[in-house]
Write a new protein. Sequence first.
Length: 263
Amino acid sequence: MSLDLILPDSLVKAFKTARHVTVFTGAGVSAESGVPTFRDAHTGLWARFEPTALATPEAFEADPALVWGWYEWRRSRVMRAAPNPAHEAIVRLARHVPAISVVTQNVDDLHERAGSRSVAHLHGRLMQPRCFACGTPWRYPDGMPNEPEDGRRVTPPECPECAGPIRPGVVWFGEPLPADEWLRALGAAAGCDLFITVGTSAMVYPAAELPRIAAGQGARVLQINPQATALDSLADWNLVGAAGVVLPALIGAVFDDASPTTG
């Protein structure tokens, strides 16, 4: 599906004159690739649990097989997903601006698979598990996890260093953001002159501070989202719609950079 956009001159100029663009993505971008969000209705085993209740260190300590099974189910969905036109449009944008930073709240690797480099992952990386006890990194075996649609309990692997349980590489509720990723994100927000927020409700802190930091440093803010958010009044421009439709059309309109249309 394609979209013909009529853009304000001020927005076109902001893109054309930008020296450093920061793109900040949320769950809505991954959802368009079919990656389940925490708000989605779940079936089978997972229908009995609030997803947020499975995303804490306390939940993992209480029932490691339940939590590891939940994240193996999520990993199987991520690995079957493919980057969508929004991910690809961000890669196209990088070809037209002097500098770009990509900051995401998503734990999947879809930005990287699309071709974005040096993505700051504020909430961790699903594909980089580590030991719950000693923090030693651990690698998944090759191949696709074969998880049933309704989910199942899966005993986590043991750490080769200390025999502790392996945990997902994500940031759970109650845990701090990874310091190096957060510092990169802060630098990207404070150092850009155009900040684009895509597919995020701007309700999860401290990540939701980034567009406000950018605006406070004088950057113009563009929001792309299907629904109204807490950023509506902050943003200089609000484009309403799905990221995979609006963002490719936007890059095409500003830079005369046509992308393949999808049906």
